[in-house]
Design a protein around this ligand. Structure first.
Ligand code: DLZ
Length: 284
């Protein structure tokens, strides 16, 4: 019968609401449904697991929300950068060991609203035994191949990708943008860039509209096959950000309106895959 638990924080002021929303977005939380009523508005952030715990004894920090993560140092890097760029008044503690075999830091993106982030020190405790890429793009080089066809959409996808790269620490000079006429031309440009050896990953962005594209299936199959083949044969990760939609409205929704921004998601996948390749390479 019990369905879920929601921890609600009253932010007090619109500026604090916006700051907290921005902070939780950059950390990579999945966004839930926004709501807007006459008296109040809300923004939800989701985590795969949630539980309610009562503590009898000394609380581990002044936070009343504890967020377990699998890469505390990466989260800390993102949090430090966000505070430096957005909140001079924000506070963050040192990362320190706790008395329950874990490491933790506490951050106040807005003074008085504290969140503690922690991870198990014992890798077998709480954390799946898996190698995973991080979302830190510092020191990575990317190429974005973007189709001009349906530019009203692809420009938004491009902005989403750039947003993801820069927010994750990539430098402007390490992100190259390459424009091609249409989706059909994406694979050949992507292949050339991947073979150049100058990029750690390629992001491909385009839009195919079924209603307006003759031989839609044939074009889509060829574009996706070509991008996949380039990835497999060069070994360079290629993120797939080619939308296939019935209508322009549907495409707009996926380019930042209602259903996230697929350009942002593709760039995030590219960062994660570069990080993963490096980790696998270091282990081998
Ligand atoms: C020709 C065409 C059509 C009909 N539709 C699209 C589309 O929906 N999305 C897209 O990115 N490109 C389209 N194109 C252009 C082709 O991808 C290609 O650029 C031209 O056929 C020139 O080779």
């Amino acid at each position: 019968m019990i369905k879920g638990i929601t921890a609600v924080r009253q932010t007090g002021a619109a500026a604090a609401f916006d700051k907290l929303a921005s902070f939780f977005s950059v950390l990579g939380f999945e966004q839930g449904k926004d709501w807007n009523e006459e008296q109040s508005r809300g923004r939800a952030f989701l985590a795969p697991l949630g539980n309610l715990e009562f503590i009898d004894g000394v609380p581990p920090s002044n936070a009343d929300v504890f967020i377990e993560v699998t890469s505390l140092d990466s989260v800390r890097e993102v949090a430090d950068r966000w505070i430096a760029q957005n909140a001079a008044e924000g506070r963050i503690t040192d990362t320190a060991n706790t008395d329950w075999k874990s490491r933790m830091f506490t951050v106040e993106p807005v003074p008085g609203v504290a969140f503690s982030f922690w991870e198990w020190i014992d890798p077998l405790k709480g954390k799946p035994v898996a190698i995973e890429g991080d979302l830190v793009a510092t020191g990575m080089r990317f190429a974005i191949v973007v189709a001009r066809w349906n530019a009203v959409i692809t420009d938004r996808l491009l902005q989403g990708s750039l947003d993801a790269f820069y927010r994750s620490g990539a430098k402007k000079e390490d992100v190259e943008i390459i424009r091609v006429p249409g989706a059909w031309e994406i694979p050949s440009a992507a292949r050339k860039l991947a073979e150049s050896g100058k990029f750690d990953a390629i992001v491909t962005l385009g839009v195919l509209l079924r209603g307006e594209t003759a031989h839609y299936e044939a074009i889509y199959n060829e574009v996706s096959r070509g991008i996949g083949q380039s990835q497999q044969e060069t070994g360079v990760p290629h993120a797939f950000g080619v939308l296939t939609c019935e209508t322009l409205e549907q495409a707009l929704d996926r380019a930042g309106l209602k259903a996230g921004n697929k350009g942002f998601e593709a760039a995030s996948a590219a960062i994660e895959m570069v990080s993963l390749h490096r980790k696998i390479g270091a282990k081998a």
